[in-house]
Design a binder for this molecule. Structure first.
Ligand SMILES: [Zn+2]
Length: 178
């Protein structure tokens, strides 16, 4: 254990920043999606590193950076274009909130070098026939090319399970929650 600690000490901070927050709570490439299935509706909560969404987490410095952030917020506010449900289920987003959380992606400060930023979003999706919503597909990975995987926590009133979807396997069987 001792040698592991010493090795970490000598890792350049910039290298650490590629991997995770000092707290270890955020790994670039990996986002988190929580799905609560209730009668007639899905409640979704998304938490994803800025690196996955726009490719950077420091303050947007150029017009191109600012446009990337604005386009990402716009696209993140359309959940069914990222987390697709079967047409026959007749689902529609009834609320969508997108927020930027963290020290980056905002006007430059003198400590911006180490900043980490996450996009967080929550959605309510209502469906005419939720029983027809048997599968969720993830065009999310096509839209956000730096994103590699999503840890998905799926909960019903009686059960909660965790799954992983990835760029290679961008599909979730919603019947697995039941
Ligand atoms: Zn980060």
């Amino acid at each position: 254990m001792k040698s592991a600690v010493i090795a970490l000490t000598f890792l350049p901070a910039a290298l650490l920043a590629q991997e995770a927050l000092p707290s270890g709570s955020h790994i670039h490439g990996t986002g988190h999606l929580s799905i609560i299935i209730s009668e007639g509706a899905f409640t979704l909560m998304l938490q994803v590193p800025g690196a996955d969404v726009v490719g950077f987490e420091e303050a947007a410095e150029t017009d191109a950076d600012r446009e990337r952030v604005a386009a990402a917020v716009s696209d993140l506010s359309k959940p069914l274009e990222l987390f697709a449900l079967p047409t026959e289920a007749g689902c529609a987003a009834v609320s969508a909130n997108v927020a930027l959380v963290g020290e980056g992606l905002r006007p430059q400060t003198d400590t911006a070098e180490e900043s980490h930023t996450e996009f967080q979003a929550d959605y309510v999706v209502q469906c005419d026939d939720i029983n027809a919503a048997t599968v969720m597909e993830f065009p999310y990975f096509e839209r956000f090319e730096m994103a590699q995987r999503l840890t998905v926590k799926m909960a019903t009133s009686t059960d909660e399970r965790t799954f992983e979807v990835s760029r290679e396997m961008p599909v979730l069987n919603l019947l697995d929650a039941q």
